[in-house]
Write a protein that binds this ligand. Sequence first.
Ligand SMILES: Cc1cc2nc3c(=O)[nH]c(=O)nc-3n(C[C@H](O)[C@H](O)[C@H](O)COP(=O)(O)OP(=O)(O)OC[C@H]3O[C@@H](n4cnc5c(N)ncnc54)[C@H](O)[C@@H]3O)c2cc1C
Length: 812
Amino acid sequence: MSVLKVVIIGAGIVGTSLADELTARGCTDITVLDRGPLFTTGGSTSHAPGLVFQTNGSKTMTEFARYTVEKFVSLDAFNQLGGLEIATTEARWTDLHRKRGWAQSWGIPGKLLDPQQCQALYPLLDADRVLGGFHTPTDGLARALRAVTAQAERATERGARFLGHQEVVEVLENGGRVSGVRTATGEEFAADVVVSAAGFWGAQLGAKVGLTVPLVPMAHQYAKSTQVGPLRRGGLVGDEAFLPILRHQDQDLYYREHGDRIGIGYYGHRPMPVDMTTLMADTASEAMPSMLPFTEEDFTTAWAESVDLLPALSDSKVEEGFNGVFSFTPDGHSIMGEHRDLPGFWVAEAVWVTHSAGVAKAMAEWILDGAPATDVHECDLYRFEDAAKSPEFILKTSSQGFVEVYDIIHPHQYREEPRNIRVSPFYPRQLQLGAHFFEGGCWERPAWYDANAALVTELAEQGVPFPERDDWSGRFYSPISIAEARWTREHVALYDMTPLTRYEVGGRGACAFLQELTTNNVDKRVGSVTYTLMLDETGGIRSDLTVARLAEDLFQIGANGPLDMDWITRHLPPTGVTVRDITGGTCCIGVWGPQARDLVAPLSAADISHQAFGYFKAIQTFIGSIPVTMMRVSYVGELGWEIYTSAENGLNLWDLLFDAGQQYRAIAAGRIAFNSLRLEKGYRSWGSDMTAEHLPAAAGVGFAVSAKKDNFLGKAALDAADAPAKVLRSVVFDDPSAVVLGKEPVSAGGEVVGYVTSAGYSATIGRSIAYAWLPADVAVGDAVSVAYLAHNYGATVHAEPVVDPDMNLIRR
Ligand SMILES: Cc1cc2nc3c(=O)[nH]c(=O)nc-3n(C[C@H](O)[C@H](O)[C@H](O)COP(=O)(O)OP(=O)(O)OC[C@H]3O[C@@H](n4cnc5c(N)ncnc54)[C@H](O)[C@@H]3O)c2cc1C
């Protein structure tokens, strides 16, 4: 039994769920403090209407919701009425097909219904307004307060205590760790672990310990109608409900019954961020700070649209309403994790009732076992770039998150605002070449270049296919990307690799540190480059890295993003090793293609022949008079180099390479071409193809685990692991025009057995390629089918990699 002493700040649905999950695991010395009375504390949970629609584009969030439903059902705190999402536009109807696909991929039962079937389930609907619906029988209404009290009672029986009217005003520290909290009454509560489950107060509490918790409290309208005739079923009162919960996302609306009245939630109004200082200064809101006065004028459209959809409401009116406050984040996901600079201080915030028990379970596992069983990288506190942590950025993006909460979001849709935050030194030239920029990690990244449009015609005349795309897959896309990919394989192209996150790890202990932290052997000669993995204690893949040894005690690391810096920093020894993010101060051009050497060799001060500069090697030299680090690596699977220099030299380097490349008809190429080439070559993308839920062998990166190393983080778990039940496979589509975009369900033998992780069109073989997690017994050559919107595409499991299995292209 654990003797950990835990204080949880907040007795809402998250705090109480966490107390239950921790005590269930034997961690029973728990004090839950709340500033309000128990258990109607005045937080968001106190008035949550409790609709739980489980299906989400995120596998993690869906898993959290699925667990929450299962648990609340077991606590008699869930009314499993089913959920119905209806479409009143063609775009939504198509999107509900996509949603059905997510449900199948993540294991949530659900069916598409025609208008009459929708009306049979929900008789108040005007079937003429509806094109169809998606029905999920296991969705329903969480009785949030019942779930709170049931879990609090259970936790109390196991030893936890819950105290109301105890506002935490200070987090105490001792010896660089959290040691407890002080409340407004002056009482101190000692703790080894403090978890802030303070809901929309989370950012304020974080600020007390120097932590940015990127959430914005926003008001959202919820109203109840007067009695609705057809719902008068003989004396029904209170919150009883019999109809499925209903979403009308085309108008940003959702509905539930409250006895013989209808509750209406609305996301179509202007974003209403709440200023916490004003909120708390208002004594009227002290009793229920999360309920602000109803602004009727913001609800006019909501009511008119509701009457239109549910004509029975025409005899009714809005009886009461409020603007309820809860948290929004820049990317819509929750915020979970431990403060890196104050060990023992954790946060679990911006969590809907829908995901609450799932989040709490993952938090309990994380706190007690070191890692959650579900991959939580989408929710990790440290997922944000520094550039995304300004109050202005957080406010703008979270407000946009509110506006888009029910919008149809394309998987490749990129943020429109704020933009132009981080640009590479090549940006002016990219503009001149007609780059179409997508945003990622606050960087402007060229997706394709209009300057290459003529290549489409040229290649088409040579017989290269450019399949038409349907409206959905044709968005955020241009056939120019096919030409760019093909040109890379046949000639040479320049790729802006600047946004690739780069660190310098240095110091006398640097090599030993990286040996312990990663799976492959990096203790090689200076000038070696190694592909390696970082694992957690359970053997799950935290990231994949390219590690270049530039000097005895100096390594340059190509990483995936801010989570890597967090992971590396947490594992640094107290002295002897430093890590520095050099991404912004440097830049990188990938020069790849069969003519890459012809282009670069005349400019290079060093001999870059295959004999002198082999594959997976690095040198420091000059291109013209520009000092560079060159690495012979290629994520696109072609001859060539990543050429790094400091930012002030970037534009000159670009001009030198681009101008010299003109005799070889070198082009600048974008991210879509890059992605399709890496798929052909079998290279995984961390975060979509593989995450902390996957072991290296199953993900097809077992080659990056050195069998000779005695010890590295995660090795014990790998040694003890069974053969994987599911593996990442490459599938190639039979129909040359088939395109999928990711997360689609994959069937074998008529059953859904897996899901797509990432996909792209291969210009080399003239077919789309996708990666999918599939049962290990689905073998190369087996037929599968992939459901994309309303289509089913046949595909075949393919040996990997699809292109250049013998590495001839890369090693020439
Ligand atoms: C109108 C409305 C409708 C919604 N509808 C749905 C829905 O249908 N489905 C859904 O899933 N979600 C819905 N939500 C969102 C959901 O209600 C919240 O996300 C959820 O309740 C948050 O739970 P929590 O435990 O994190 O926060 P809270 O319930 O706010 O709990 C946080 C607690 O922390 C306490 N606290 C704060 N600071 C301190 C301090 N310094 N010291 C001590 N205690 C402190 C507060 O008093 C509070 O009790 C809705 C929200 C609103 C406003």
